[in-house]
Design a protein around this ligand. Structure first.
Ligand SMILES: [Zn+2]
Length: 541
């Protein structure tokens, strides 16, 4: 290990004494000047020195806490560049978890909750995944489980819901109701509503569900999910659609020392005006809670089959090609205004047509109002073509793709077809084009589990062993970079985090096994032993 001879120390902090030294480690730094190290000194929540045991241990004073890593593997803390922590946390407090593969079990969980709910009030489920049950749940399943309450079960992807007959009645939706723009009320072969509702169609139901969440709920929700994420090795996340309540929840949790990870908050399009009126733009905040970009939507979801595609879905009637959300005019007007005021633009676009529209808007805005380093983001950025990738390259657009959809959502890939999956989540193509893709879960849509992300990207193989788009495989070092430095870069934070080098925030994860010595198909089994954020252990197994 040649690099062991090199000790990197922060020059200005040379006289500072380390509070903690971690030694005897197998430390992958993601710092090109010194990829491997044995020991790290930490002071004031930052890395002070990184090098060999022989170089770093002598920096210890009588007050330094020395921790023997017993040759365990250490990586920089992971960055989940697109997820929904606080809203997931609030849902956990109030809703019924429907993440079971059995319709009967989901029915009985909803039934149980209905028994404790006053007659006529809503019973709301979340985390449901119709790809995991033998068939999608429908209104009749929900009617028989819960006849006396309106029921809404949200898909874990967040774009679609399943409702019962009472919910349809309350929302005045019947077999004759036309689909709203950007939305869908599904009809069965018999012409009757199935209870499955897509995107803009869900609004009429959510409007009827009273929001009883308190400020304390948001604080608890933020805290709860930050702990869940750090238990998997995630030390930073981008909240991809934060409302003012959500941002306040993170801040309240931070003030109570109950926020275990750092968050970069894209603000929701509907709250942009409020933040702008307060004179806030991207970058406002501190190392724990920071304002990110503005989140806009060009189309629907991949796991729920509402992404806007140029070619029809396979096996869905009527040449269905998904849903467009914001119009081009809306994306342009909101984007231009935000861009001019110093906001990063972060647009949700899954399908190739949605990505084409988003790029067109970014190209126009950058031409009209050139910005030196805008770091335009496309959230998810799932289905590409070579031409679209070339346009992304010209503008250095950052893709924030789903990292474990091949592994976790393999059950929906047949709707896209084997050929199309060669251009979905195309990590190989992004990297080869010189782009900087991030890693992300879109939690709750898929698990915030970096080991699952790595396995999915290395193998392109789902849980059942089916391979989708093997041409897009990347190697382990590349995948780790995407989940660390690239996530920091996407948030303008690469100077303070993403690698283990002097001066960076002391965020790291200690693994029970070395991923470089693990079969790619076994990566998901690697346990996280400990997670450190800002020099403090936030998770210990
Ligand atoms: Zn999302």
């Amino acid at each position: 290990m040649q690099s062991m001879s090199c000790l990197l120390v922060l020059p200005l902090l040379r006289s500072e004494e380390p509070e903690i030294i971690l030694y005897n480690g197998n430390i992958w730094t993601v710092d090109e000047s010194q990829p491997l190290a044995q020991a790290i000194a930490i002071s004031g929540g930052r890395f002070l020195a990184v090098g060999s045991n022989d170089d770093v241990l002598p920096l210890a004073t009588a007050r330094t806490r020395k921790i023997d890593l017993a040759f365990k593997t250490v990586l920089p803390g992971f960055n989940d560049a697109h997820s929904h922590p606080v809203s997931a946390g609030v849902m956990r407090l109030r809703r019924v978890a429907c993440d079971s593969d059995s319709i009967e079990k989901i029915q009985s969980a909803l039934h149980e909750r209905a028994l404790q709910t006053p007659r006529g009030e809503w019973v709301v489920g979340f985390l449901y995944d119709d790809g995991k049950t033998p068939r999608p749940i429908n209104r009749h399943d929900l009617d028989s489980a819960v006849p006396d309450h309106p029921v809404l079960v949200q898909h874990r992807g967040g774009h679609t819901v399943f409702v019962n007959s009472m919910a349809l009645e309350l929302a005045h939706v019947d077999d004759q109701t036309p689909d709203p723009v950007g939305g869908r009320f599904e009809h069965g072969a018999d012409g009757h509503l199935t209870g499955f509702v897509g995107d803009a169609g869900t609004e009429v139901f959510f409007k009827l569900i009273p929001n009883k969440n308190t400020r304390e709920d948001y604080r608890q929700g933020a805290s709860l999910i930050s702990k869940l994420f750090t238990s998997k090795g995630v030390t930073s996340a981008c909240d991809a659609d934060a409302t003012p309540d959500g941002v306040q929840g993170y801040q309240d949790a931070r003030d109570n020392a109950a926020l275990a990870m750092r968050v970069y908050c894209h603000v929701s399009a509907s709250s942009l005006e409020h933040f702008m009126a307060a004179g806030i733009h991207t970058g406002f905040g501190d190392d724990w809670v920071r304002i990110g970009g503005v989140k806009m939507y060009a189309d629907g979801s991949i796991s729920e089959r509402t992404a806007w595609l140029s070619q029809p879905y396979i096996g869905i009637a009527n040449n269905y090609v998904g849903l467009q959300l914001f119009s081009r005019e809306k994306l342009y007007e909101m984007g231009r205004k935000a861009h001019a005021a110093g906001w990063q633009l972060a647009t949700h676009a899954n399908g190739d047509l949605a990505i084409d529209r988003t790029l067109g808007v970014y190209e126009q805005i950058q031409k009209e109002l050139p910005e030196k380093d805008p770091r335009f983001r496309i959230e998810h950025c799932t289905l590409l073509t070579d031409a679209l990738i070339q346009r992304m390259r010209a503008l250095q657009v950052i893709p924030a793709p789903f990292s474990c959809y091949v592994y976790f959502h393999g059950d929906v890939m047949h709707f896209y077809g084997e050929d199309r999956t060669k251009f979905m989540f195309p990590m190989r193509s992004f990297i080869d084009a010189g782009l900087r893709p991030t890693d992300s879960s879109d939690y709750t849509a898929s698990p915030a589990d970096p080991m699952m992300w790595l396995q999915s990207q290395l193998t392109r193989t789902d849980m059942k062993g089916n391979v989708w788009g093997p041409n897009q495989r990347i190697n382990l070092s590349e995948a780790i970079r995407c989940g660390t430095v690239n996530g920091a870069y996407a948030a303008f934070e690469e100077r303070i985090k993403g690698s283990i080098q002097p001066g960076q925030l002391a965020d790291l994860v200690v693994l029970a096994q070395d991923p470089f010595k693990t079969e790619p198909s076994k990566l998901v089994g690697i346990q996280v032993e400990r997670t450190m954020v800002g020099g403090a252990w936030k998770y210990e197994s």
